[in-house]
Ligand binder design. Sequence first.
Ligand SMILES: NC(=O)c1ccc[n+]([C@@H]2O[C@H](COP(=O)([O-])OP(=O)(O)OC[C@H]3O[C@@H](n4cnc5c(N)ncnc54)[C@H](OP(=O)(O)O)[C@@H]3O)[C@@H](O)[C@H]2O)c1
Length: 240
Amino acid sequence: MADLTDRVVVVTGAAGGIGSALARRLHDAGARLVLTSRDADRLAALATELDGARAGDGGDRVTAVPADLADEAQVARLYEEVGRRTGHVDALVNLAGRSIPGEVADTDVEDYLAVWHSNVTSAFLSSKHVLPLMKPQSGAQVVNVSSLAGRRPNATAPLYCTAKAALDMFTRAFGLQVRERGIRVTTLAPGGVDTPFWGDRPVDRSALMAADDVVDAVEYVLRTPARVQISSIELEAFGR
Ligand SMILES: NC(=O)c1ccc[n+]([C@@H]2O[C@H](COP(=O)([O-])OP(=O)(O)OC[C@H]3O[C@@H](n4cnc5c(N)ncnc54)[C@H](OP(=O)(O)O)[C@@H]3O)[C@@H](O)[C@H]2O)c1
């Protein structure tokens, strides 16, 4: 499997449950990290935890840049900053996302757009703006974390199912576009994971996967040799 030492990896949704677990794993593996999500305080705390007092000074292995990833001006600024600090990107892991469950009849268009932008627009904009930083034929990768909810509809969260299904298709079509540049694109579709994603919704957390289970799969994809393309992985809790 490929060595991750000094690989430059951008993690979106980095302050979240899976994102922070992934950041810790990749940091342990020696990768150089760019961490981004909206909450500047949580992001800074994570960067400080990983790289101590040196976090954010430009000479360390962790760069934390808060941004609303659904806002193109902020995303453009983010990748300009990444370019200045690292010069290139080896991998982008799109984890930003959220769900707003509810009856369609009671859902307003603001919530519909919030779910769409958080899951789909964020991945589109990061994919667009990271591309100039990915060296052709260098084994670069984009990993989009979708959900089983995008493949198996549920009645609880139709907006989320729709957005993740769209993200799946975006990932496949985008992958065809960048194939000639040697960029590999993967969809990861987990079932339920025990993270802050669920908020105070009534869910049996003992029946969910752990964030590290998803991190294992992301790490496997990132370590896959450049001659191998993994298009899609589904994973879900088993036997609990
Ligand atoms: N947990 C599950 O059961 C599960 C299952 C399948 C798939 N997933 C997917 O896995 C990914 C990570 O989920 P998680 O469980 O780690 O959830 P989480 O703890 O809620 O983290 C989600 C992250 O996304 C960020 N985010 C949302 N909208 C954003 C935006 N517009 N701009 C920037 N950042 C944004 C949030 O940060 P800020 O609020 O600070 O912006 C947060 O850091 C999501 O895409 C989720 O849909 C989760």
